[in-house]
Design a protein around this ligand. Structure first.
Ligand SMILES: [Zn+2]
Length: 130
């Protein structure tokens, strides 16, 4: 495609002026394409040449998709196992926060704050004096 064609100018174009938004810029088609190419282990600088020949283009696409999906699945499974292990064996070195009204203890202060709403009309228990 010649350089002066509108689709090519839009694809490679950037705005001359404007503001940058908080939380990251809006992704252009070009950005998501580049990220996908990187995930598929295809060089983003030379993909256009190899895409011209459909027979040689299909192989990197199929292999890249297979490899990308395998690594995504492995990473997701690893994160799941980490999350499940943390739920079964909570970290033991965290000091417990006791409730002043009853016997419950909490690992985080926010849990106690939320629980204290159930004791709105209660008086704190006095610790046993012996
Ligand atoms: Zn309580």
């Amino acid at each position: 495609m010649p350089d002066e064609r509108l689709p090519k100018r839009l694809f490679y174009g950037e705005l001359q002026q404007g503001q940058r938004s908080h939380g990251g810029q809006k992704k252009r088609f070009k950005d998501t394409l580049k990220a996908s190419l990187k995930a598929f282990s295809i060089n983003p600088d030379t993909w256009e040449k190899s895409a011209l020949d459909r027979a040689t283009w299909r192989s990197p696409i199929h292999n890249g998709a297979k490899m990308c999906e395998a690594s995504r699945t492995t990473a997701a499974e690893l994160m799941r196992q980490t999350r499940k292990a943390r739920a079964i064996n909570p970290p033991g070195d965290v000091p417990l926060v006791p409730c002043p009204f009853c016997v419950r203890t909490f690992r985080a202060r926010i849990g106690l704050v939320s629980h204290l709403r159930t004791h709105r009309n209660s008086q704190p228990q006095q610790p046993p004096d012996d």
